[in-house]
Write a protein that binds this ligand. Structure first.
Ligand code: BEZ
Ligand code: FE
Length: 292
């Protein structure tokens, strides 16, 4: 070990891992360190560049607390979070997408046909669909969490003007897997760019605007939990999402409606619709839970 060189250092690191290292940890570390060392050699990384990297990570640590995680944001804008999603995805299921930092637990229950818009500004959207299993079997009793931005592009936990659970709900799919509600069209918004991630975005000529979306988490016994988001097909930022969250099967058409009859019976907002309003049909397919 006294003769360690640029050629032998990666192996030297691996030799330090003792017999108690689990095979999976050894495998992941071996790959991680091999790639990190190769990165240093291939780029000829300078001390100044290394110091800058450490400085960005230190700032990320200083900014990270219960409410904001700058490390997750780094993972998101580097495409790392989306790649982890992709390698774990099941091609039979609806694509997953980034969770983002604005999900909170405890959203109130909303019955089928409930209205999430209430007194929020913005165009009404009727969102409905069916939760299904891989063979198209409807899944009843799936728990669906939905959250989104208000018309000003802010989530309730970013905006003191909104109540705690504004535009957040927990629904349960019906007997035939159906879910449905009225809400508002979400607005595009920026990922937080006042920290080291913003510094990276600005230094590379990237903008922080995410395409508008509705976030969903769908859970049902016997199925893998789906964390995803769905995007309107006419959003201007669909092809430039800074966190690489858009997938073709997550793009949906908001159809402008002129006939109030398009709001199904029993929908709470039926008698107080404003125009124009839109409808969106989106089915979710869950993958069967992988055996342990
Ligand atoms: C979001 O969708 O809320 C989000 C996702 C990744 C980073 C920042 C925000
Ligand atoms: Fe979001």
């Amino acid at each position: 070990m006294r003769e360690v060189t640029a050629e032998t250092l990666t192996q030297a690191f691996l030799n330090y891992c003792g017999p108690e290292t689990s095979p999976r940890l050894r495998f992941v570390l071996e790959n991680l360190v091999t790639h990190l060392h190769a990165f240093v050699k291939e780029t000829g990384l300078t001390h100044a560049e290394w110091r800058k990297g450490i400085e960005l990570l230190t700032k990320a640590g200083e900014m990270t607390d219960e409410e904001r995680n700058e490390f997750v944001l780094f993972s998101d804008v580097l495409g790392f979070s989306s790649l982890v999603d992709m390698v774990n995805s099941n091609p039979e299921a609806t694509s997953s997408s980034v969770l983002g930092p604005f999900h909170i637990l405890g959203a109130p229950d909303l019955a089928y046909g409930g209205d999430l818009k209430r007194d929020n500004d913005g165009a009404t959207v009727v969102v409905k669909g069916v939760v299904r299993g891989p063979q198209g079997v409807p899944i009843s009793g799936a728990v669906i969490e939905l959250w989104q931005t208000a018309d000003n592009g802010l989530y309730s936990n970013q905006d003191p003007q909104q109540s705690e659970y504004n535009l957040r709900a927990r629904m349960t799919s019906g007997e035939n897997g159906e879910y449905g509600l009225t809400t508002i069209r979400p607005a595009p918004y920026t990922v937080p760019d006042d920290g080291p991630v913003g510094e990276l975005l600005h230094a590379t000529g990237r903008h922080p605007w995410r395409p508008s979306h509705l976030h969903f988490i769908i859970k049902a016994p016997g199925y893998s939990t789906l964390v995803t988001e769905v995007f309107p097909s006419d959003d201007p930022y669909l092809d430039e999402d800074p966190v690489f969250g858009v997938r073709a099967d997550l793009i949906m058409e908001y159809v402008e409606q002129t006939d109030p009859g398009q709001v199904p019976d029993g929908f709470e907002a039926r008698d107080r619709l404003t125009w124009p309003y839109y409808s969106v049909d989106f089915d979710f397919v869950l993958a069967a839970e992988a055996a342990e």
